[in-house]
Ligand binder design. Sequence first.
Ligand SMILES: Nc1ncnc2c1ncn2[C@@H]1O[C@H](COP(=O)(O)OP(=O)(O)O)[C@@H](O)[C@H]1O
Ligand SMILES: Cc1ncsc1CCOP(=O)(O)O
Ligand SMILES: [Mg+2]
Length: 275
Amino acid sequence: MEEERTEAWWARRAWALLSAVRERAPLVQCITNLVSMDIAANALTAAGASPAMLHCLREIPDFTPRCDAVCINVGTLSEEWLPSMRAAASAGRPWVLDPVAVAASGFRMEACLELLALRPAVVRGNASEILALAARSDSSSSSFKGVDSSHDSGEALQAAKALARSSGAVIAVSGAVDFITDGEQVISASNGVAMMQKITATGCAVTALIAAFVGADPSDALAAAASALAIFGLAGEIGMECAKGPASLRMHLIDALYGLDEQTVTSAVKIALVP
Ligand SMILES: Nc1ncnc2c1ncn2[C@@H]1O[C@H](COP(=O)(O)OP(=O)(O)O)[C@@H](O)[C@H]1O
Ligand SMILES: Cc1ncsc1CCOP(=O)(O)O
Ligand SMILES: [Mg+2]
């Protein structure tokens, strides 16, 4: 008989996956935006993974096949970087897409749709990004406000399910509650603090962390994405206990991620199946 997937079961799963990251130290190539490079590399290192911020097209055939996972983030997309993204996404490694500000331009939308067709294991975006991607919306979308979301994650849930079914990827919508879906099951991850939105590139950092979790155990992208989001949110909650504002939260969040132990994770991670 299959074990019931209670909140306690999910918390143990999250701990097992964080432990796998620490033991296996997955090599994660990040082709990510210039704003996020530092926080994403530090979040990965603090969690136990091994980041490599490489985006030179000529290095990809040698380097990417040796990686455990790849994170591709279009936040500072350029014509020069898109071929590297295509090549890395096609290198046969599990990979994760962050469609930052996907509705900013037709070029960015087309790039994200093209990358989506290269079968990411997971797409993680905020609600506005997932809504735009799912609707294949154009840059005239009236609610578009750049890299930040103007929607709650719940508003994007149906769009996320549809996008998961059409793309074959696990779709993760971040927000006060994160929703993660493979198009059938929906999982919620409810850790985190609102102040995380006041630190630039926390979304990018958690996408990189999802790639690390997928790299440590590629067998279950849904569990990897939910666990990484919950663990990152929990680090934010613990960091907030000492933080005075966004800058000190950034520091304390990374410290908390590094210091997470079994008792804390299994008692405080909040992941649940959404009925
Ligand atoms: N209101 C909130 N309360 C708690 N956690 C939040 C809140 N908003 C965002 N987060 C967390 O902050 C991180 C970044 O998410 P988000 O701000 O949605 O992404 P992005 O930076 O791409 O817009 C995620 O780990 C998410 O769970
Ligand atoms: C401000 C900014 N501009 C281009 S990428 C970027 C960072 C976006 O980070 P996040 O999506 O995590 O808010
Ligand atoms: Mg983002």
